[in-house]
Ligand binder design. Structure first.
Ligand SMILES: Cc1cc2nc3c(=O)[nH]c(=O)nc-3n(C[C@H](O)[C@H](O)[C@H](O)COP(=O)(O)O)c2cc1C
Length: 199
């Protein structure tokens, strides 16, 4: 059994362009992978609390000393991390909203950044602790930002994933989605890239 984890973060559910492209990838992947199963983590419809002092304190409290409430918090975080660990490949749909990633995606990532579990600091800098695996990142945006120096979506996602040990990232862009006919060309190019990535 091969497991694909699909992390969704469009406000527009299945109509979101990042979800549509990710679904296109998954359908092609399923046609090839007869024993494939898909696990969905929709960070919009099933959002995670924004990080606050009580959550961070729970993360930093040794298991034997946690209160029941702190254990509930770390159990949720552990479950999110386990989904990643158990996946053979990960497909992430991430739109650009107001120059960055959706705040729900940021909240989700804040729950999987756990010192001693997904990363550690060493004398030579941070080290990611997750086993590397293929990640397909579907990055949608209304304008054109690729390699511009003002792209705070893809470089942020890449940096975060690298930080926890996931460095085999294939980014598929769909840019200019609010730029008239550019959108059609951009989506067609993304679909060509999907077919190449799956095959
Ligand atoms: C609240 C909001 C903010 C947005 N901010 C930006 C932005 O800063 N830059 C940009 O290029 N596009 C922006 N867009 C356009 C989206 O990136 C574009 O519609 C994309 O298709 C969204 O992905 P999705 O369809 O998967 O949700 C924004 C859209 C919304 C709804």
């Amino acid at each position: 059994m091969t497991t694909l984890l699909h992390i969704k973060s469009s406000l527009f559910g299945d109509d979101g362009k990042s979800n549509l492209l990710a679904t296109e990838f998954i359908e092609q992947w399923q046609n090839k992978q007869t024993d494939g199963q898909v696990v969905v983590r929709d960070v919009i419809s099933n959002s995670t609390s924004h990080l606050d002092a009580s959550i961070l304190t729970a993360f930093m409290t040794p298991e034997a000393e946690r209160t029941t409430a702190q254990q509930v918090i770390t159990d949720h975080s552990d479950a999110l991390i386990n989904e990643i660990c158990e996946a053979d490949l990960i497909v992430i749909g991430v739109p650009m909203y107001n120059f960055g990633i959706p705040s729900q995606m940021k909240a989700y990532l804040d729950h999987i950044a756990r010192a001693g579990i997904t990363f550690k600091y060493t004398d030579t800098g941070p080290v990611g602790l997750l086993e590397d695996k293929p990640v397909y990142l579907f990055a949608t945006r209304g304008g054109m930002y690729r390699d511009s120096g003002i792209d705070f979506q893809v470089p942020f996602m890449t940096q975060f994933l690298n930080f926890i040990g996931l460095s085999s990232i294939d980014t598929i862009y769909a840019e200019g989605l609010n730029m008239g006919s550019v959108a059609e060309t951009s989506l067609a190019a993304a679909k060509t890239q999907i077919t190449a990535a799956v095959n």
